[in-house]
Design a protein around this ligand. Structure first.
Ligand code: 9G3
Length: 564
């Protein structure tokens, strides 16, 4: 492709709101144009890269017998009502009406529509397992679109759905997808981790997220150096092996006036204990019921764990009036003489001794409280994990890293097939609901994730299989006849040998051309300059900056060697 004929509007002007490196580079390199908030045009270079990514995805799906189809973006309200998600999803779901007033969603995902698609079409168990995928535009009405392609309202997602007659078949296919995703990300030269995750609102049980490691990432990954354990911070378990009970001398519980102490640190200091021995009590209302949650003063409640422990879904802070109805008062909550609520405690609380806690009375705490002095309805893992905590697999202390979610695999089970009532006939001719799995890759988001990991101060450096072109051929001075002639010859030869070439044939200054080439980030540059008359050109590797002089005859071999 001739640069004079294509459309690569490189620029130095980056909008002030472009925080992420990848966002800045996508704009600078003329790859995307924001058309409205969170909505982008993929300009020719980005479109090329997306096609490369799609090619890898297609090859790896073919290898696991997953078949491509294309479902509509316009999804009838009827099916979203059947699954129960039309009312559940809230404002993130883009909704519209046709002229007759019929409701639609703009596809944020396609569980409902794949079910409608296969309904009465996969009739026999003999057709199972069935694995279908699409690469399609998706819509989610993000409150605050940001970070370029990382969080936008319209994006490209590969979504796959599989159908099974047994949980074993589902698990086998799940593992195929897990491995296929690993291959796809390996081919894209991404540093990533497959982490245990929460199935969120889709009711699945077994799921992993694929997280590309990057500081701009919005997710926190918990991992250890000692094993391949990795989890999302939202679900990372805190094991009881973290705690030990020392030999201690039990002291007599007593009431202590604490009139001016407000923060947990102030209270701990005043009560003469370390903050790990200052109990805090949180009053929550979950699904209409009140809870007192007991924790160590330094720990943070993990809401997802709380919901799991209490089997609830809507959680909010209790109001001062509700706290009063529990026989307590804001800032002084504790386990003694509490009423009208359930009392649950984090596992760490079992190991607190001679500790302080609120006395349910304004201006008072108890000190020297010990296990057995009060009752709780249950102990659970309720707190957020912290760096240095022992990992769930006991292999070592956990570390935190930031990640960009680039994929997720789910075992859905029968949730959707039951709510949408889609069945197949088993060997006995009986109708059964399918076991289902679903699997997603954020295709447009991958562009940003790759750039986050593959850049330097000059610009982007594309991985071999994601580069928009394999060679950037630069004619340094298009006013010099011998340079033009030689460049044209090289261009033709490379093209004839199926090498993808971007040919900078523009009448720009050499500096502009070199800077643009470094910015765009094609891995191999061929520079036709002053030595063209001597039949000598330069080959530059973008990543290392290494340059070699060579004769035009040697180019093809060098390029093929690099890409083999
Ligand atoms: C919605 C809206 C946002 C959503 C969903 C539905 C996330 C929703 C989860 C998934 C699950 C899998 C198939 C590919 C792999 C991931 N955000 N999810 O279901 F209506 Cl507005 O999308 N789907």
């Amino acid at each position: 492709m001739r640069q004079t004929r294509t459309f690569i509007p490189t620029t130095r002007e980056v909008p002030a709101n472009a925080e992420a490196t990848s966002h800045k580079l996508l704009i600078k390199a003329g790859m995307v144009k924001q058309v409205s908030a969170g909505v982008y045009t993929y300009l020719p270079l980005a479109n090329n890269i997306i096609e490369k990514i799609k090619k890898i995805i297609r090859e790896e799906h073919e290898a696991i017998n997953s078949v491509e189809l294309l479902m509509p973006i316009l999804q009838s309200q009827e099916y979203w009502e059947e699954s129960g998600r039309w009312y559940k999803m809230g404002d993130e779901l883009m909704r519209l009406k046709d002229r007759k007033g019929a409701g639609y969603a703009l596809s944020p995902t396609a569980e409902e529509i794949i079910c409608q698609t296969v309904n009465n079409m996969i009739t026999s168990y003999k057709q199972l397992p069935m694995s279908l995928y699409q690469i399609q535009t998706k819509f989610r009405d993000e409150v605050r679109p940001r970070l370029g392609l990382l969080r936008c309202k319209e994006f490209i997602m590969k979504d796959a759905y599989t159908f099974h007659d047994s949980p074993e078949s589902l698990r086998e296919t799940y593992n195929d997808f897990y491995n296929a995703y690993s291959k796809i990300y390996d081919r894209l030269e991404l540093k990533y981790r497959a982490v245990q995750a929460d199935s969120g609102n889709i009711g699945g049980s077994y799921t992993h997220e694929f997280q590309a490691l990057a500081d701009v990432g919005e997710d926190t990954i918990v991992y250890t150096e000692e094993s391949d354990y990795a989890a999302n911070i939202e679900t990372a378990k805190v094991v009881e092996e973290n705690y030990t009970m020392p030999v201690y001398e039990k002291k007599e519980r007593s009431l202590l006036e604490t009139p001016a102490q407000e923060t947990i640190d102030e209270i701990a200091a005043y009560c003469g204990v370390d903050v790990t021995r200052a109990m805090k009590g949180l009053a929550l209302k979950a699904d209409g019921e009140l809870y007192l949650v007991l924790m160590r003063g330094n720990d943070q409640l993990n809401e997802i764990k709380f919901k799991k422990a209490t089997n609830t879904s809507e959680v909010e802070m209790a109001t001062p009036e509700e706290i009063e109805s529990m026989g307590s008062v804001v800032g002084y909550m504790g386990p003694f003489d509490i009423k009208n609520c359930k009392v649950i405690a984090d596992n760490a609380v079992k190991y607190m001794y001679n500790h302080s806690c609120g006395a349910n009375k304004k201006g008072f705490h108890y000190i020297n409280v010990n296990p057995g002095d009060y009752e709780v309805d249950g102990y659970y893992d309720l707190r957020m994990i912290e760096e240095g905590d022992l990992a769930e697999d006991l292999s070592g202390p956990v570390k935190f890293a930031k990640g960009i979610e680039i994929g997720q695999v789910f075992e859905l089970g029968k949730g959707y097939s039951e709510s949408m009532n889609i069945t197949y006939l088993d060997a006995n001719g009986r109708a059964n609901h399918f076991y289902m799995g679903c699997y997603g890759i954020g295709v447009s988001r991958l562009l940003s994730a790759i750039i986050e990991q593959h850049n330097d101060d000059k610009g982007i450096i594309w991985p071999k299989e994601a580069t928009p072109y394999q060679v950037h051929l630069i004619c340094v001075d298009v006013k010099k006849e011998e340079q033009v002639k030689l460049s044209e010859q090289i261009y033709e030869k490379l093209k004839n040998n199926k090498v993808e070439v971007l040919f900078d044939d523009r009448a720009e200054r050499a500096g502009v051309k070199f800077n643009d080439a470094d910015l765009i980030g094609i891995p191999v540059h061929i520079i036709v300059g002053k030595k063209a008359g001597e039949n000598t050109v330069e080959l530059k590797y973008r990543r290392t900056g290494d340059k070699i002089e060579l004769s035009p005859d040697e180019i093809l071999e060098k390029v093929q060697e690099f890409y083999k």
